[in-house]
Design a protein around this ligand. Structure first.
Ligand code: AR6
Length: 183
C-alpha cells in the first residue's frame, strides 16, 4: 500500500488506522460515505469525485438508472477513475437522529455490506473513512466502536480480506481510534 503523509497506528494484524486523505491511498477498494442519490455531495464524497474524475459519476448514474440509488446501510461498487485504488465502494451511512432510528445497526451494515462487496469483487485490501461522522453528525466515539466491532465480526467468518485501513481525516477521530478498547 502506498500512502503518503500518514501517521500509521496498527490495531491488529489486519486492521490499521491512519490519519490521512483516502483519495491518496492505493488499495483494491476505497469506501465512500455517499448519500442515497449516489450523485455526489460534500465531505469525503466530494473529495473522491473531484480526485477520481467523471468516470465515477458516470457509473453511479448507470446504477441509479438500474436500481434507483442506494439505501442507507447498503453499498454499490464503481471504478475508481483516476484514483490509485481499483474500485470505489459507495455506501450510505445513517443520518444521526438521536439514536432512535436504528442508526447503530445501519452504520454496522455499511461496514458489513462494503466488506462483502469487496470480497465479491476479489478485493483483499480496503480503506474506510469514518462513515456518518461528518455531515451526518453520528457521534464519533460510538461510530468508532461500531466500525471496529462490525469489521471484527466480519473477519470472524471471512479470510479473504488481508488489510483494512481506517482513514481518519480529522484528528479527533484518529485520537478516538487510538484509545479504543477491545482491539
Ligand atoms: N479522506 C478521508 N476522510 C475524509 C475526507 C478525505 N478526503 N474528507 C472528509 N473525511 P462526511 P457523512 C471524513 O461528511 O457524515 C456528503 O455530502 C470526515 O472528517 O464526508 O457520512 C455525502 O454526499 C468525516 O470524519 O460523510 C452525504 O450527503 C468522514 O469523512 C453526506 O456528506 C465522514 O464525513 C454523508 O455524510
Amino acid at each position: 500500500m502506498r500512502c503518503p503523509n500518514i501517521i500509521p497506528y496498527p490495531m491488529n494484524n489486519i486492521i490499521n488506522v491512519i490519519k490521512g486523505d483516502i483519495t491518496k491511498i492505493e488499495v483494491d477498494a476505497i469506501v465512500n460515505a455517499a448519500n442515497s442519490s449516489l450523485l455526489g455531495g460534500g465531505g469525503v464524497d466530494g473529495a473522491i469525485h473531484r480526485a477520481g474524475g467523471p468516470a465515477i459519476l458516470e457509473e453511479c448514474r448507470m446504477i441509479v438508472a438500474r436500481q434507483g440509488g442506494c439505501k442507507t446501510g447498503e453499498a454499490v461498487i464503481t471504478t475508481a477513475g483516476n484514483l490509485p485504488a481499483k474500485y470505489v465502494i459507495h455506501t450510505v451511512g445513517p443520518v444521526w437522529n438521536g439514536g432512535q432510528k436504528n442508526e447503530e445497526k445501519l452504520l454496522a451494515n455499511c461496514y458489513f455490506n462494503s466488506l462483502r462487496l469487496a470480497v465479491d469483487n476479489s478485493c483483499t485490501t480496503i480503506a474506510f473513512p469514518n462513515i456518518s461522522t461528518g455531515i451526518y453528525r453520528f457521534p464519533k466515539k460510538l461510530a468508532a466502536q461500531i466500525s471496529i466491532n462490525a469489521i471484527n465480526q466480519f473477519l470472524e467468518s471471512n479470510t479473504t480480506i488481508k488489510l483494512i485501513t481506517i482513514v481518519c481525516f480529522d484528528d479527533e477521530n484518529f485520537q478516538l481510534f487510538k484509545r479504543l478498547p477491545g482491539r
